[in-house]
Design a protein around this ligand. Sequence first.
Ligand code: IPE
Ligand code: IPE
Ligand code: MG
Length: 247
Amino acid sequence: MNAAVEAELYPLLPKYPAHVGIIMDGNGRWARQHGLPRLVGHRTGVENLRRVLRAAVELHIPIITLYAFSTENWKRPLEEVQGLLHILGDALEKEVGELHKNGVQLRHIGDLTPLSENLKRQIREAMTLTQHNTQLIANIAFNYGGRQEIIRAVRDLIQQGVSPDAVTEELLSAHLDTANLPDVDLIIRTSGELRVSNFLIWQGAYAEYYITPKYWPDFDKDELYKALLAFNQRERRYGGLSDVEYQ
Ligand code: IPE
Ligand code: IPE
Ligand code: MG
């Protein structure tokens, strides 16, 4: 898209979230709607990830965290879990080169322990290759759960012998997988569910939520821009009062 068309379709906004989280939900329902197997929905969802990452760069989002597989998703039938692991490996193989070219810095949040050595290596290599890129930081939350992340952080602190008085919000934040990243400002959930499902529960304490009925494979740049527009209309008070109340 040329710059003039881009500027007309997606005018610059007064406020930009420093960090956007997306709960990429609805692959299964998208597949059912099209009379296709669930795994085709997941494949289509991963293809969409590539488009949305490009859109995020174009829309000047600096950091994005994408929820791809939760610590609870292991409860699904073995065939679906194996399919999802396979799709992740495939996507890493096919997409990392292009993402690298586009300046995307790939990171992982969650627990890699139960993944195969091959998948762990692929993830590590993708992170090393892209570590100096600056266009967009893309955190892939795979085998991620907010509660488990907090428990891992607490265990770390205890192992380091940190005294109870030294435990602060900043210290705990610094031991989470998102250490050194700002808290998430905007959390988008596709497919209409009104819940958090264990996503960034610490970092999202004051996040703005945007829920769309669109299934993840149908979520595109227009939808992302709509979420940014909604974010611009929110008044964030962090427990304080709005400017109007002071008058
Ligand atoms: C989201 O799509 C992807 C994962 C959770 C892995 P779902 O698979 O949850 O899709 P629905 O909710 O069944 O439609
Ligand atoms: C949340 O979706 C996890 C991901 C999108 C990866 P789920 O489909 O697993 O969430 P629930 O079960 O509807 O809460
Ligand atoms: Mg779901």
